[in-house]
Design a protein around this ligand. Structure first.
Ligand code: PRP
Ligand code: ADE
Length: 177
């Protein structure tokens, strides 16, 4: 555990109460990008977790791209975009998932993930785990092995980690609240 990095992130990430809805404490990661040295340390931490253990990174739109591509470049492995519905040209596979109210769908181009590849699924934040679980289902549908999950932030009260247990993959969250 990198205590200095945790402390620097805690001092940088802003808590915005009642956004986007009353009762939600929004974690704003955008100040990280004002500090290139801190960003570099975040990428080094995430890359260290995955070094030698994965063949490709899948990042979830949109904040999962901010760190996911840099992890893939640092490890010299491919980066595959998981996008929200309606953004990718065919052919693609899709996966529906439930939100607090209603449902949503994510998609991945077919032919980008090779069968048997060990995959890191990366996103900035784990809340209920619904988005990440859907991403893992999408990876498995394509014949990928869900090997690792990584996040900058995990929100413990929402128990997203429990939802990911069935994938038997390693989980790394730099910070938990
Ligand atoms: O664990 P869950 O309850 O599924 O929530 C976590 C997801 O919510 C946020 O994305 P959001 O949908 O706000 O989109 P954005 O990244 O485009 O801002 C976050 O970046 C994760 O992808
Ligand atoms: N509390 C939160 N802060 C930032 N992004 C989120 N996505 C889901 N919950 C969130």
């Amino acid at each position: 555990m990198n205590h200095q990095l945790i402390q620097d992130l805690e001092n940088t990430i802003q808590n915005i109460p009642d956004f986007p809805k009353p009762g939600i404490q929004f974690k704003d990661i955008t100040p990280i990008f004002l500090n290139p040295k801190l960003y570099e340390q975040v990428i080094a931490d995430l890359a260290n977790f995955s070094r030698g253990k994965i063949d490709a990174v899948c990042g979830i739109e949109s904040r999962g791209y901010l760190f996911g591509i840099a992890i893939a470049v640092a490890l010299d492995v491919p980066f595959i975009l998981i996008r929200k519905q309606g953004k990718l040209p065919p052919p693609f596979v899709s996966q529906k998932y439930d939100l607090e109210y209603g449902s949503a769908e994510i998609e991945m181009r077919t032919g980008q993930l090779q069968k048997g590849q060990r995959i890191l699924i990366h996103d900035d934040l784990l809340a209920t785990g619904g988005t990440t679980e859907a991403a893992a289902n999408l990876v498995q549908k394509q014949g990928g092995i869900v090997s690792q999950f990584s996040f900058l932030i995990g929100l413990k009260d929402l128990e997203g980690e429990n939802r990911l247990k069935k994938f038997n993959a390693e989980v790394h969250q730099i910070l938990t609240y």
